[in-house]
Write a protein that binds this ligand. Structure first.
Ligand code: ADP
Length: 503
């Protein structure tokens, strides 16, 4: 018997009680189960430092049980008509919608992301993604091929089998939904390995969806990367891996998948440039920089506009306006509706981001503007808050310009020439996202075609959206997610069937 409380069936707005109730369990074969070893690890609220619950400490034994269950369930799941699978996933969307507020509060508690500006938005997006893919079942169609007169040659889309999905902590609900929804609709079963820092809200989503899906089709494990993620990738019955995380681990996962000769999708880091031309709509672009930099998510985004290039005539005015706007943002308790900016996820990340800021501030000729204010609430004294920083005066060689910081830190440069700034923007090992801000659409489209990035937006910079292929080039990754094409390409294989009916 588990010594944790029963998990509530109805939406639960006491996020602390829900966190305790979800503690120390995986979800395998349609039921909550503890780790086979009985071990668990702490889940910490980054706004207070308090332990809010436990996560089951998964290892290779748990992985084997989860994958065996998923493999057993997959055959019957794949036999359901594709539209029926889609309809079930769409039903899951409706259930998630009914629980949005609960999920938003729990993810705010677990990750320190502000409820109003981030967590509620993310929870709603999960329902959107499930709805979108839920409607795509009938798109899993094949072709007929004009091979020869008396030979009927057709292709059919078939699922790959068990999909292993490894997710990070920054937008775990959204990124998980982009993996599980197409995988399930395409007839695969899934085993998700959650991120160490954010295992509880995704577990709740898994349990909710399991009220609708057949048991074993969607399973979830928590645990550390090398002990739980690596055996998932290596398991012989896992036939596809989709991973979102760091470049370093992405390379490890990619190598392990190559050893097994299985397909892999890798969504990795970014150092996304934002190019601002003097003819832009000034106010819209300043607000666009705040959105682009994901300041409300403490900059913890692989698409964050962490390099901003501004045409010289408006450079000073732009930096001043941006700093003033960010200064007015409220940093505080993630669960408070008044809060714009919450906390960094973990002490490790806090130390890493702080070291980048210290390095920038110590650089000769550089200026770092610290914006907003740390909260005064004594209850948040141990909170992992970091003031947003806007740097100018750095050189292109600075580590702050070249490396992914994953924190509320952006660098701003003046530029004089479109070709030169294009070269600077492309001078990065990453190629995930980019944005351009100009009313000269001829110039904008020309540069958009030549920017080395998987996603380029002009005069907006939205986060990933259902129906738009998303994924990077260069070290930012391999393969796309979020669209119909990505479902077909990355979660099915095309089988050719030929019938010779010659007399
Ligand atoms: P981040 O820096 O965003 O935490 P990571 O790449 O370290 O990114 O982690 C992303 C996900 O990859 C997490 O779920 C983590 O547990 C998992 N992970 C880490 N190391 C490995 C590994 N060797 N094999 C498989 N998964 C791993």
């Amino acid at each position: 018997m588990l010594d944790t409380p029963a998990v509530p069936h109805a939406p639960q707005l006491d996020e602390r009680a829900l966190a305790r109730a979800l503690s120390a369990r995986h979800y395998i074969g349609g039921a909550f189960v503890p780790a086979r070893s009985g071990a668990s690890f702490a889940v910490v609220n980054p706004a207070t430092g308090a332990e809010i619950g436990r996560a089951a400490l998964g290892d290779a034994t748990d992985v084997d049980v989860a994958v065996t269950n998923a493999d057993g369930a997959q055959k019957a799941w794949a036999k359901l008509p594709a539209r029926k699978r889609g309809a079930l996933v769409a039903q899951c969307a409706a259930l998630i919608r009914a629980h949005v507020e609960e999920l938003a509060r729990l993810i705010a508690l677990e990750t320190g992301k502000a409820l109003r500006t981030e967590s509620r938005v993310e929870a709603n997006t999960v329902a959107d993604v499930l709805e979108f893919f839920g409607g795509l079942g009938s798109e899993l169609k094949g072709e007929s091929v004009p091979f020869a007169p008396d030979v009927l040659s057709v292709t059919v889309r078939q699922p790959l089998g068990v999909v292993g999905a490894i997710i990070p902590w920054n937008v775990p609900l959204l990124l998980m939904s982009l993996k599980i929804a197409p995988a399930l609709v395409a007839g695969n079963s899934v085993v998700v390995k959650s991120a160490e820092e954010a295992p509880l809200t995704v577990l709740r989503i898994c349990e909710l969806m399991n009220r609708i899906l057949p048991p074993g089709v969607f399973n979830m494990l928590s645990g550390y990367g090398p002990d739980c993620g690596a055996p998932l990738v290596a398991h012989p019955k896992v036939r596809k891996v989709t991973f979102t995380g760091s470049v370093e681990v992405g390379r490890i996962v990619g190598r392990a998948a190559a050893d097994k000769l299985i397909p892999v999708t890798l969504e990795l880091g970014g150092k996304s440039p934002m190019l601002v031309f003097a003819d832009c709509d000034f106010e819209k672009t300043v607000m666009g920089a705040i959105t682009s930099m994901r300041f409300t998510r403490q900059g913890q985004s692989c698409t964050a506009a962490s390099r901003i290039y501004v045409e010289r005539p408006i450079f000073d005015r732009f930096v001043a306006a941006l700093a003033a706007r960010v200064d007015a943002m409220v940093m505080g308790d993630p669960l408070d509706e008044a809060t714009d900016i919450g906390t960094i996820i973990s002490e490790e990340q806090h130390a890493k981001v702080s070291a980048f800021i210290a390095e920038g501030l110590a650089t000769a000729g550089a200026t770092g503007r610290a914006c907003s204010r740390l909260p005064h609430d004594p209850g948040l004294a141990k909170g992992l808050f970091i003031r947003p920083h806007i740097f100018t005066g750095l050189t292109a060689a600075s580590r702050l310009v070249r490396e992914e910081i994953f924190g509320p830190v952006t660098v701003v440069f003046p530029f004089d020439d479109a070709e030169a700034v294009l070269a600077e923007a492309n001078d990065s090992e990453y190629g995930l996202a980019a944005s351009l801000w100009t009313n000269n659409l001829k110039l904008g489209m020309d540069l958009a075609h030549r920017l080395e990035a998987g996603l380029v937006q002009i005069n907006q910079n939205l986060v990933v959206q259902a129906n738009l292929s998303y994924g990077g080039v260069k070290s930012s990754g391999l393969g796309k997610e979020a669209s119909l094409e990505s479902m077909l390409e990355h979660f099915t294989h095309k089988k050719t069937i030929m019938v010779n009916y010659a007399p």
